[in-house]
Design a protein around this ligand. Structure first.
Ligand code: ATP
Ligand code: MG
Length: 570
């Protein structure tokens, strides 16, 4: 295509609203424009990059035996009421009424719709397994839409759903998707990890997230240096170190701690380390206050807390809420004699003679012991893992790194098929519930993640498989007819060789053309300029590392076809 005929509204300035590099570069490169919070138009180049991802996803889903469908975006509330999610999903679900006052919503995900298809159209075990997928626009009214395509309210997702006769079948379907996802992200040219993820009520190791490694990632992942362990930190189990042996239980004592309300100040005042103090934090678990006990220098991992309590949502209570629930002034809360549900991190259960708040202003208790001085309703792994913890799989060293979740595979079990009464007739003639799995890829987020991972100070550095064009030909011939002809013929020959080429035919300064080519991130640049008259060669430059070659026009076509072909095959 010709640059002069494409809508590529590049910007010189860095847009002030953009916080992360992919957002900046997508706006500056004229790939997207914002309509309103979290809602974007994909301009020609943006859509081309998205189509590249979609094509790879489609090919690999089809290869894995999944079938493409396209479900409606508008969904009746009735369906969501069957699974109870119309209430539970919360404000991310955009609800509205149509002209007949029928309650409806915009699909943030499609478990309900697909399960409705299954219960109506799949009747016998002979019809199974089935995996149906779509590539479609989703709407989630995110509380904090941000980072451009990374967290939109409207975004493009590939979602797939598998239906099997039993658990063993569902595991096979799950593995197929896991493999398909690996192939997809390898083909996209991304540096990623598949990590164990929280699977909530389902349990087991049947939830993996695919994370693109990038500093701006909103997730933290834990990777072992020695074995293949990799997990979302929400899921990574903390190994409990054996308790210090032999320390006798001492007599509990109340001490004055005037005005000392924070872990650090209490510890400093009492001359103790935070590892000997237990803090009491109040959470609202589905709205009900629960006190959580944790070593002074640790942090709560909320997903673990949610799972231990078996609730849908936990949130730290505010100061006033804590006071209302306990009547204890902030900073002096403790478990002894506290009339509140109590749970403890496993580490606390192994500690002896620790310090806690005395539930009384300006006082703490020392030499407190779980079991002797207070009881808890449950003990579990509630804290965030750190790099000082050993690998839960092999004991090796762990490192923490940031990742962007681009995909998620999840075994659902029979939750949806039971609540929606979706059954098939099994080989023994009995009606059984489908065993389901669901599998998502954030197609538009993949483009943003690719840029987070592949850019430099001049702009985007697209991996070849995702680039809107793989070659840009810069015609710097100006009024020189010979050079213009050469640029045109190179353009034609490169296209004839099957490459996607952008010809910069604009009447612009060379400097601007170079800048734009870099900003847009097109993997190979061919410059047709004055040096051709002397050498009969053009300059071919690779965006990623700036490596240049001087080649004849014929060599250029062969060289690029070979190079780009090889990168697409990887
Ligand atoms: P997150 O934790 O980032 O909110 P999620 O767990 O809500 O993601 P899923 O419901 O598993 O996401 O959706 C499948 C995929 O869709 C995710 O892996 C992610 O790549 C993508 N995705 C989810 N929410 C958004 C969004 N607001 N904008 C763009 N992509 C998204
Ligand atoms: Mg989400």
């Amino acid at each position: 295509m010709r640059y002069s005929q494409l809508l590529i509204p590049t910007l010189k300035e860095v847009p002030s609203e953009a916080e992360v590099v992919s957002h900046v570069l997508l706006l500056r490169g004229g790939f997207i424009r914002k309509l309103t919070a979290g809602i974007y138009t994909y301009l020609p180049l943006g859509l081309m990059a998205i189509r590249k991802v979609e094509q790879i996803v489609r090919e690999e889903m089809n290869r894995a035996g999944a079938q493409e469908v396209l479900m409606p975006m508008v969904q009746p509330a009735d369906l969501w009421m069957e699974t109870g999610r119309y209430k539970k999903y919360g404000p991310e679900l955009l609800r509205f009424h149509d002209r007949h006052e029928r309650e409806s919503c915009l699909g943030p995900t499609h478990e309900e719709v697909i399960t409705d298809i299954a219960r109506k159209e799949l009747h016998s075990y002979r019809d199974l397994p089935v995996n149906l997928y779509q590539i479609q626009t989703k709407f989630r009214d995110e509380i904090r839409p941000r980072f451009g395509l990374m967290r939109g309210r409207e975004f493009i997702m590939k979602d797939a759903y598998s239906f099997d006769v039993d658990d063993a079948g569902a595991e096979v379907s799950y593995r197929k998707m896991y493999e398909a996802y690996r192939r997809i992200f390898i083909r996209c040219g991304l540096d990623f990890r598949a990590v164990q993820a929280d699977s909530g009520a389902i349990g087991g190791n049947f939830s993996h997230e695919f994370m693109v490694l990038a500093k701006t990632g909103e997730d933290t992942i834990v990777i072992c240096d020695s074995c293949d362990f990799a997990a979302n930190k929400e899921k990574a189990a903390v190994v409990l170190r054996p308790a210090a042996e032999g320390e006798p239980l001492r007599v509990m004592a109340k001490v004055e701690t005037p005005g000392k309300r924070k872990v650090e100040t209490v510890c400093e005042f009492l001359g103790i380390g935070p590892e000997t103090l237990v803090k009491t934090m109040v959470y609202k678990a589905d709205g009900v206050p629960v006190a959580v006990l944790l070593r002074g220098d640790r942090e709560v991992e909320e997903v673990k807390l949610k799972n231990l309590l078996g609730v849908a949502d936990v949130e730290l209570a505010g100061e006033q809420e804590v006071f209302d629930a306990t009547r204890v002034p902030t900073g002096y809360l403790g478990p002894v004699g506290l009339a509140l549900r109590l749970v403890a991190d496993q580490e606390v259960a192994a500690m002896r003679n620790f310090t806690v708040g005395a539930n009384e202003k300006n006082h703490h208790l020392q030499n407190v012991n779980l079991g002797r001085d207070f009881q808890v309703e449950a003990v579990g792994d509630l804290r965030r893992i750190t790099e000082d913890d050993p690998c839960p799989q092999c004991g090796g060293r762990l490192s923490l790194t940031e990742g962007i979740e681009v995909g998620h595979v999840f075994k659902l079990g029979t939750g949806y098929s039971q609540s929606m009464n979706a059954t098939f007739q099994d080989s023994d003639g009995q009606g059984k519930h489908f065993v389901m799995g669901c599998y998502g890829i954030g197609v538009s987020r993949v483009v943003a993640a690719a840029i987070e991972q592949n850019h430099d100070e001049h702009g985007i550095v697209f991996p070849v498989p995702l680039a809107p064009f793989t070659v840009i030909v810069l015609n710097l011939g100006g009024k020189d007819e010979k050079l213009c002809e050469l640029a045109e013929s190179l353009y034609g020959n490169l296209q004839a060789a099957g490459l996607e080429v952008l010809l910069d035919d604009r009447d612009e300064r060379p400097g601007l053309k170079f800048k734009d080519a870099d900003l847009l991130g097109i993997p190979y640049r061919v410059t047709v300029g004055n040096s051709y008259a002397k050498s009969g060669k053009v300059e071919v430059r690779r965006r990623r590392d700036g490596v240049m070659e001087e080649l004849t026009p014929e060599e250029t076509v062969a060289f690029l076809r070979e190079r780009i072909g090889a990168e697409l095959k990887k």
